[in-house]
Design a protein around this ligand. Structure first.
Ligand SMILES: Nc1ccn([C@@H]2O[C@H](COP(=O)(O)OP(=O)(O)OP(=O)(O)O)[C@@H](O)[C@H]2O)c(=O)n1
Ligand SMILES: C[C@](O)(CO)[C@H](O)COP(=O)(O)O
Length: 237
């Protein structure tokens, strides 16, 4: 083992979980992240995965200002009632909350959808290991398993080369200072086109690292996703 491996540079990581969506595509009565799946609200599965990663020092959960679903009193978990109109806005506001908790420019932030409740500590660790020495940072992502088509008026327009296509997942891991300035540059446009943190970084010229994720780390989005999440989570416990 080298001297470097004996004394690795400490990695300061924080988690930021946007949790202020309404889940309009999920068809649930309230926000989907609070629906019970495998015995507890989805968001608690997500929080449990991050709290099992020792390198994540604290978690900021960004909820809507009028959200009263959760009350939290833990030194390593902040409930930030600063959710915005879009996911990007919620993340942008959450970065301010992290700053107010003492996070610094060079600290890493792992942004993860509260609604991706199947994330595992091992996948989070794999992302940290892949990105910790990278100048930009990166994201979990999945190569396309299926043939890819474009559409015109309900019919196939073309079959597209998928060899360079990936599905973006979360967590997405970037330095706090770099991510905050990348998002700030898009604030005036209302974060147009910023559907994830990587896209904000790309707009200002960075090329985030693609780190292979898992098909099981899907985002619960549509009504049929709940049964799959329930089956997978139940099989793990
Ligand atoms: N204004 C918003 C919108 C979304 N999110 C969060 O971002 C994550 C990913 O968003 P998505 O799955 O698209 O959730 P919703 O916006 O809630 O769903 P929909 O688009 O179906 O309404 C979710 O954890 C969601 O709570 C957020 O914090 N603030
Ligand atoms: C951030 C994200 O999870 C990456 O795949 C995704 O884009 C969020 O979902 P949305 O439907 O774009 O809000």
């Amino acid at each position: 083992m080298s001297a470097f491996e004996n004394n690795p540079i400490p990695v300061r990581c924080h988690a930021l979980l946007p949790c202020a969506g309404t889940g309009s595509r999920a068809g649930t009565a309230g926000p989907k992240q609070y629906q019970t799946v495998a015995g507890m609200p989805m968001v608690l599965h997500t929080l449990a995965a991050f709290s099992a990663v020792p390198r994540v020092k604290q978690t900021v959960l960004v909820v809507a200002p009028d959200d009263r679903f959760l009350s939290v009193d833990q030194p390593d978990l902040l409930l930030a009632r600063c959710g915005g109109a879009t996911r990007a806005h919620s993340v942008f506001n959450g970065l301010d909350a992290l700053r107010a908790r003492g996070a610094a420019d060079d600290d890493w932030v792992l942004v993860h959808d509260a609604a991706r409740c199947l994330i595992t500590p091992q996948q989070i660790e794999a992302l940290i290991d892949a990105c910790r020495n990278d100048p930009v940072g990166g994201l979990l992502a999945l190569k396309l398993p299926d043939t890819l088509k474009t559409e015109r008026e309900g019919r196939v327009a073309a079959t597209v080369d998928r060899s360079d296509k990936w599905l973006a997942q979360t967590p997405q891991m970037f330095r706090l200072g770099m991510l905050q300035s990348a998002l700030a540059a898009q604030a005036d446009s209302g974060f147009a086109g910023v559907t994830d943190e990587a896209s904000a970084m790309e707009i200002v010229g960075h090329r985030p690292l693609l780190v292979p994720g898992s098909a099981q780390n899907f985002k619960v989005t549509y009504p049929e996703d709940f049964a799959l999440a329930e089956a997978i989570l139940s099989s793990r416990t």
